[in-house]
Structure formats: C-alpha cells, structure tokens
Design a protein around this ligand. Structure first.
Ligand code: NAP
Length: 263
C-alpha cells in the first residue's frame, strides 16, 4: 500500500517542472491527484496519468485569483468528496535589476508566489479540516531565506516570506490537526531553470547549467521527482510529528563555507 493511498491531494503548478514531479510521485504513492495550473498542459498531463491507470483530475486555475482557488477546491470536492493534502508549488522566477526594474516585476512575484499560496491555503484548508486534518506542503526555496544571487530580489523576497507563512500557519492550524511544512529546493532542472539559464547566458545556456552543477557538492542539479518524494513524505503520516519546518533539498549547495579550504 502506497504512503498516500486513499488521500486526495491538490498540487498547484503541476503542469511541468517540480509540480509535475510531485504529481507523478503522489499518484505512484496512491493519491488521487488534482493537478492545477493556468495553461492547457495541465489537462493533458492529468489525462496521461489517467491513461496510465492513476486517479487524476486537471483543473485550470490561476492561484493569484482567490476565486480560481475556490473553484479548484470545489472541483476536487465534486470529484473525490474530500481533500487531505494541499501542495502549494506554483511559482515564478524572473531575474531583474533592482535599481531599474519596474514595480510590476515585484508585484507579479508577490501576486503569484505569496498571494497564490495564501489564496490556495485559505480556499482549501477548510476542506482539509472538515476531513479531520491533513497536510499542507509549500514550495519555498533556499533562495531568500538562506542564499541569493544578483537579479533575485523579487523572487528571494517572496520565497523567504513563505518560510514565515509556513511557521505561522502551522501554529494556527495545529489544533485542527493540519500540519504545514515547506521544502527549500536548491537548483532543480526544470523549464524555469532552463529559462533562467537562457537569461543568464543567452549564447550558451548549457554553460550556465554546468556552472550551477559544478558548485553543488553532489555535482548535479536536483530532479523534480526527488522533490516529489520529499513532498510525499511531508504529506504522509510518515512525517506525523513534523510541522512548521523547512526542509532543505539542495544536494549540499548551501554547505560550502569556502571554495578553497581542504581542496
Ligand atoms: P516551472 O518549470 O516554471 O513550473 C511552474 C509551474 O507553475 C507550471 O506548472 C506553471 O504552469 C505553474 N504556474 C505558474 N504560475 C501559476 C499561477 N499563477 N497559477 C497556477 N499555476 C501557475 O517552475 P519550477 O522550476 O518547477 O518551480 C516550481 C516551484 O518550485 C516554484 O514555486 C519555484 O519557485 C520553486 N523552486 C524551484 C527551484 C528550481 O530550481 N527549479 C528551486 C527552488 C524553488 P502555468 O504556466 O500553465 O500556470
């Protein structure tokens, strides 16, 4: 029996990248998965999972809209009758220059990365409480709370905010038997990171990817499914005494104190 057998799990940002990995892993662990994203791709991925014999529903939803998140919760309830898990993974990262960037750059990150998580939790948590409790997992990042590179002010601001959000919501929902934790990935090879590599080195984006990998003690970027396995653990009863935590999954990228000592 899978660790998420019988659970109904909503995953936002599930059409590609880390969210796709989370959705595939959740399905393999026995969850009925509700995949949410803005574009049409999410419907195709849900269909692919159904064709493979899994329980999956695709819902087009922009998490920056609270009404969309309410529709997402209702779609999950209509399809499966209850909700046990919410995985808030949808997010954007666009590099920018703090001194010259338009404020719309800041606002788009806040609208999706912070308000999107807020909206999804507010819309879905009541159903999780009605089901007797469950788990919320949020995708933060090592960026913001632990490290940062030039160009990441808007993104880092939002990802650090999610660590505080996780702790405060964990405190508030603990008496209702809802655990709230976040994952802090380092670099994971996804369409988002491919886009950042393209922005950073338009002539040779693979050079940017190789440079990232060379700075990671494990020598490579993470995979979406490795993040999915961590999220499945945090969503399951295997992590029943964890709440309000941030779990770093970064191949050791935040470990190096110097690039020379002991080399
Ligand atoms: P990605 O490849 O760009 O995928 C992002 C997903 O989010 C897509 O499914 C996208 O689909 C969806 N999405 C974006 N805006 C949305 C919105 N307003 N409403 C609903 N869905 C939305 O990104 P990723 O690299 O997998 O990143 C996923 C999460 O992990 C993000 O929160 C990111 O900050 C975090 N993260 C990533 C890394 C990394 O190295 N990749 C590291 C640390 C943290 P649509 O465009 O169709 O909506």
């Amino acid at each position: 029996m899978g660790k998420l057998e019988g659970k109904v799990a909503i995953v936002t940002g599930a059409s590609k990248g880390i969210g796709e990995g989370i959705a595939r892993v959740f399905a393999r662990h026995g969850a009925k998965v509700v995949l949410a994203a803005r574009g049409e791709d999410v419907m195709a991925l849900a269909q692919e999972l159904r064709d493979a014999g899994f329980d999956a529903l695709g819902v087009r939803c922009d998490v920056s809209s609270y009404e969309d998140c309410q529709r997402l919760a209702q779609a999950a309830l209509d399809a499966y009758g209850h909700i046990d898990v919410l995985d808030c993974n949808a997010g954007i990262c666009v590099l920018g220059d703090f001194l010259s960037a338009d404020d719309s750059w800041r606002d788009s990150h806040i609208d999706i990365n912070v308000k999107g998580v807020w909206n999804a939790c507010k819309a879905v948590a009541p159903a999780i409480i009605d089901a007797g409790g469950g788990a919320i997992v949020i995708t933060s990042s090592v960026t913001g709370d632990m490290v940062a590179d030039p160009g990441e002010v808007a993104y880092a601001t939002t990802k650090a905010a999610l660590v505080g959000f996780t702790k405060a919501l964990a405190r508030e929902l603990a008496p209702k038997n809802v655990r709230v934790n976040c994952i802090c990935p380092g670099y994971v090879r996804t369409p988002l990171v491919d886009g950042m590599a393209q922005q950073s080195d338009p002539d040779d984006p693979e050079r940017a990817i190789a440079a990232i990998a060379s700075a990671v003690p494990l020598g490579r970027l993470g995979t979406p499914e490795e993040c999915g396995e961590l999220c499945a653990f945090l969503a399951s009863s295997e992590s029943s005494y964890l709440t309000g935590t941030q779990v770093v999954i970064d191949g050791g990228s935040t470990l190096p104190e110097t690039s020379s000592m002991g080399q």
